[in-house]
Design a protein around this ligand. Structure first.
Ligand code: SAM
Ligand code: SF4
Length: 456
């Protein structure tokens, strides 16, 4: 499929990634630790399975482009020890609401840099989780690693604990770009880490790449792509640089002249996509690619993918719990988010309170739109009869206002529609965020619109 530049220009507007609906700007502080406690009480009495996210916020050095929630600290064991002490108290507080052991189907350690923790600290954390929860070791047990700091021994420890998926921050191999983003990592180092991961038989290796970074050009990023292809990771997340200096102050360090123009950014994306497609990768929605032989590509083709805060997943759990600063949970139709600022998170836990900063209890309309957006993002279709069976409304009646958006998407080749279904086309899969935006009632109300990065 050829991508037309006009379409890119038309759809390159600020928009959410829809890892949640309603999206984070709609979450409010009236959802508190007390709300969370009552939600946990209900969740703790049922047999629903769990997706568990642990946020480990530390990194040794700041990458200037980074928009993640992180805390920069020199690598000293006492930092990790103090963190684990609070994290374990949080885990105990949450678990005190359960009257049974819960089964984890998906476990993800993210950050920051989870491998900032020492091997001993990683083991302690894993054993703490195992002491409270059952883990399905055939599920997805994933960790994010920084290739600049991880060692072979640490990878061995992680593999022996049961981690079967690994996600590696690669971003870009060009010297000038690396210098500008303050992240020096020679290709040789990356190739070594990749070889260790292969030898340890991680079931899936993902590389994160970012396009649109300062000083990137089509030529330099083509070289990065060629080096990536030479290693053949199972999956690639090709992220559009989220330029959000109002949220992420270090991005103000970038010289505006060095920032890639929107036209060149599109060119870099289109070129990278073509390179990947020509090397046996399948495009999964907009920014994810998987080798055609990979389970994610099969699930994508079969329409059985799922999506949550951790991205696309093959093993959905019923509900989510997040531990650590800024971590998000979702259960009993309620989103909760932990306090983001580390000293405040510590203080709250020291006082014996659940460290919730904000959240959102879903209305019926939120639940309906969450379901439709979820179907569009993962199954790439909405079956109108299934919608009726689930919610008791005719699709056309409920989404009367959205019919114009659907018509517009159809005319632009993003959607197909008949009396039974709306279906996302291959082009629509690339612009899936834009397709979903038409079903987001809060964007219609223009509430929080400007707080998102651009969709392309
Ligand atoms: C938590 S980091 C990955 C693990 C580890 N800290 C590392 O850097 O290698 C998560 C990923 O988010 C992506 N990311 C961070 N800031 C971004 C931004 N401003 N725009 C797009 N992607 C970004 C990068 O691809 C990064 O690898
Ligand atoms: S990209 Fe990774 S290592 Fe760099 S600051 Fe962000 S979280 Fe830390």
């Amino acid at each position: 499929m050829k991508i037309d530049k006009d379409a890119f220009q038309k759809y390159d507007i600020p928009g959410p990634r829809y890892t949640s609906y309603p999206t984070a700007p709609q979450w409010t502080p009236d959802v508190t630790g007390d709300t969370y406690a009552s939600v946990l009480n209900a969740f703790g009495q049922n047999d629903k399975t769990l997706s568990l996210y642990v946020h480990i916020p530390f990194c040794e050095k700041l990458c200037y482009y980074c928009a993640c929630n992180k805390v920069i600290r020199p690598n000293e064991p006492k930092v990790g020890d103090e963190f684990l002490c609070h994290l374990f108290r949080e885990i105990d507080m949450v678990a005190s609401h359960f009257n049974r052991r819960k089964l984890i189907r998906q476990l993800h350690w993210g950050g920051g840099t989870p491998t900032y923790l020492s091997e001993d600290q990683c083991e302690k954390l894993f054993f703490k989780i195992r002491s409270i929860f059952d883990i399905d070791f055939n599920g997805e047990i994933a960790i994010e690693v920084d290739p600049r700091t991880v060692t072979q021994d640490k990878l061995k420890t992680l593999r022996s604990l049961g981690f079967n998926r690994i996600s590696i921050g690669v971003e870009d191999f060009d010297d000038k770009v690396q210098e500008d983003i303050n992240r020096i990592m020679p290709f040789k180092q990356m190739a070594q880490v990749h070889e260790w991961c292969r030898k340890l038989k991680f079931e899936s290796i993902n590389f994160d790449l970012v396009y649109g970074l300062p000083h990137q050009t089509k030529e330099t990023f083509k070289k990065t792509m060629d080096l990536v292809i030479s290693l053949k990771p199972d999956r690639i997340a090709l992220y559009s640089f989220a330029y959000v200096p109002w949220l992420s102050k270090p991005q103000n360090k970038f010289n505006m002249d060095a920032i890639v123009s929107p036209e060149e950014k599109l060119d870099i994306f289109i070129q990278s996509r073509e390179v990947l497609l020509a090397h046996s990768y399948q495009a999964i929605a907009m920014d994810h690619f998987a080798l055609e032989s990979d389970a994610m590509a099969h699930a994508f083709n079969a329409g059985t993918l799922h999506r949550n805060f951790m991205g696309y997943t093959l093993k959905p759990a019923d509900e989510f719990i997040g531990f650590g600063p800024s971590a998000i949970g979702f259960m009993e139709n309620t989103y909760v988010q932990n306090i983001k600022v580390l000293p405040e998170y510590y203080e709250c836990i020291s006082q014996g309170r659940l460290p919730i900063e904000r959240g959102r209890q879903l209305t019926l309309d939120d639940q309906i739109r969450q379901w439709v957006i979820g179907r569009l993002m993962c199954q790439f279709m909405v079956d109108k009869q299934t919608f009726f069976d689930k919610f008791g409304f005719e699709f056309e009646d409920y989404f009367y206002y959205e019919l114009e958006h659907i018509r517009d998407c159809r005319e632009n080749g993003l959607l197909l529609e008949n009396s039974a279904q709306i279906q996302v086309t291959d082009l629509g899969k690339i612009f899936i965020r834009n397709v979903c935006m038409g079903f987001d009632i809060y964007l219609r109300q223009k509430n929080g619109h400007k707080r998102f990065s651009r969709t392309v």
